[in-house]
Design a protein around this ligand. Structure first.
Ligand SMILES: Nc1nc2c(ncn2[C@@H]2O[C@H](COP(=O)(O)OP(=O)(O)O)[C@@H](O)[C@H]2O)c(=O)[nH]1
Ligand SMILES: [Mg+2]
Length: 253
């Protein structure tokens, strides 16, 4: 049997992980006629736009941890992610037993809890046993408006790739609320990014070349698609990019 295609949505709080999980899943169902399963790994979420096939809130919720351990919301969030780690194998087996081939994983609101604590690497390693995970690293265009923001988004993809050891596709969500074409020009073309970084004053000018050299060396994705969970823009391009990685590296049948 072919390895499962596992798309993991990652990104800072409020970037649209949950919305994009739903939007991409529904797009795949309708346009590709492929069944999709949704996995919720966020113990803090209250309502979801999709119906999760597996939901970590069966094991732990931020609310119950706040009550049980007398913690505030921040402490409870950290604690609940650490508790979640106990259930990695059980959740992996449940995903493995799902009849669906295509799996979309929604991660906790705060990216750093998944990325920089044990949960991220442990879940990704578990996914690798049953499928081929690819990360969609989502950014909010309101936080990505200058050339140095684009460079930091590209660097962040490299950090994610190194920390979790998995292919990462950076995307800019909420394209429906951004009118600046300039930022998309920079996103599309590393040569333009290089020129724009070169125009900056001070430290950026000096490190611009180095940053781009590092990104070239590590072959960080050079295309950053713009998508909108609200309007559906760019979902086809995102699906194609993810699927291409899966077919090149993951489909070993
Ligand atoms: N305009 C617009 N808003 C979006 C889009 N995607 C998400 N949002 C909004 O951004 C907020 C955070 O979205 P959510 O999916 O909960 O983000 P998460 O914390 O990363 O899971 C919500 O108010 C969403 O309605 C989008 O593509 N366009
Ligand atoms: Mg969410």
């Amino acid at each position: 049997m072919a390895l499962k295609e596992i798309v993991v949505m990652l990104g800072p709080a409020g970037c649209g992980k949950t919305s994009l999980t739903h939007a991409l899943g529904e797009w795949i169902r309708k346009k590709q006629l492929i069944e999709v399963s949704y996995i919720n790994l966020d113990p803090g979420v209250i309502t979801l736009p999709y119906n999760p096939d597996i939901d970590v809130r069966e094991y732990v919720t931020v609310d119950s941890v706040m009550r049980e351990y007398g913690l505030g919301p921040n402490g409870a969030l950290i604690k609940s992610i650490d508790i979640l780690v106990r259930y990695v194998d059980e959740i992996r087996d449940k995903i493995s037993n799902l009849p669906t081939h295509y799996i979309i994983v929604d991660t906790p609101g705060q990216m750093e809890l998944f990325l920089f604590r044990d949960a991220g690497p442990l879940f990704i390693d578990a996914f690798k046993k049953i499928g081929y995970p690819v990360i969609t690293l989502i950014y909010d265009p309101l936080l990505t408006s200058r050339p140095q923001d684009v460079a930091s988004l590209r660097l962040m993809s490299l950090v994610v790739q190194m920390r979790l050891n998995v292919d990462t596709v950076p995307v800019l969500n909420k394209s429906d609320i951004v009118s600046s074409e300039e930022i998309y020009r920079i996103l599309r073309d590393t040569a333009i990014l290089k020129i724009e970084l070169g125009k900056l004053e001070g430290v950026y000018t000096e490190i611009a070349e180095l940053i781009l050299h590092v990104l070239d060396e590590f072959k960080v994705a050079t295309r950053i698609p713009k998508v909108s969970a609200r309007t559906g823009e760019g979902l086809e391009e995102l699906y194609d990019m993810l699927h291409e990685i899966y077919c090149t590296c993951g489909d070993l049948t």
